[in-house]
Design a protein around this ligand. Sequence first.
Ligand code: NAD
Length: 369
Amino acid sequence: MNSRFSTRRDFLKTGTLAAASLPFIGALSPSIRAAGSDRKLGFALVGLGGLSTNQIAPALQKTKFCRLAGIVTGTPAKAERWKAQYNLPDKNIYSYDTMQQMADNPDIDVVYVVTPNALHAEHTLKAAKAGKHVLCEKPMEVSSEKCQQMIDACKKAGRQLAIGYRLHFEPNNLECVRLAREKVFGGLKFIEADFGFRIGNPDQWRLNRALAGGGPLMDVGIYALQATRYITGEEPVLVTAVETVTDPVKFKDVEETIAWQLKFPSGIVTSSTSTYNFNGMARYQAFAENGWFELSPAYGYNGIEGRRSDDKPINLESGDQFAMEMDNFAQCILNNQPTRVPGEEGLRDVKIMMAIYEAAKTGKSVKLA
Ligand code: NAD
């Protein structure tokens, strides 16, 4: 069995075996070496939309090892607002066209890419060329090829690339990984994992295939897919899928609802659904030989909790996931250690999501290498 997290400690320490087996990358930028490792790493946010504004910038204020040092935006009015709110110097404010000039700016160590999915490669490549480490939001990109380009660019630059998989730092999800890995309820048999919501504004980029790469699967279904992968600790070998559309006007470009099944090498099967058409589905439940455990809700910024078949709750104290994710990445950079959520992890999800789309389109099961 390809067990990715053999114990909770392994998961907490190194995350994935894939991460552990990465070549030793992430050399410190000259500015970090010069200033010593007690200095907070400077983060520049690329794209000042909902996530940057409401989650990441506030989370940066709660971190131990990071600080908001710069921004990249295409909107001058936003630049002015952020400059005033976060006391940013003019020299640390860039547009998408000038961001390569960060190469000469020692204030910025890490670029956090928070733009629409299909722009992640473009912005990651620019950051890597400027010699910066990159934290990139999920999904990593809209094709395996673009993910590979991102991995290659960061490797070539000798910089680390991490994907914003915040649940790898969330205690209740980590507890479920422990329950699975330690076989507290015996060997796993079946997982049901679902995530969706009813999307509003029909003009947003999330409904535009060119920018989003797909619909709810790419946006939130990826969390359900991730859960099936980190709970089993295995990589799927077979995919089947079905799509349905009831509003062909709104969903002319991306899927409305998609359901998929995965088969894993040990014989575990999983069943998942993702949608942009209704609310309330944000959970997973894992069934094992002697019992089950579930998180519901499983994927939110807060309020994650669950239950076990022996009536014990799963309700661990959780912090700000974005702060934990950024502090962890900063520590990896400062200590020259691989991240537990490397680009290779993002690429794996994108490959599986492409197989899910292929299975839904062809009506045939798709084998995964
Ligand atoms: P958003 O629409 O609120 O913000 C996107 C930003 O990108 C805006 O500031 C916009 O101006 C900018 N942008 C640059 N070029 C653009 C273009 N050509 N078209 C449209 N916008 C452009 O989106 P968001 O919710 O902040 O999502 C950004 C990224 O973060 C996405 O990849 C998304 O999947 C991810 N995300 C992750 C989480 C999480 O929990 N980790 C949550 C939400 C979003």
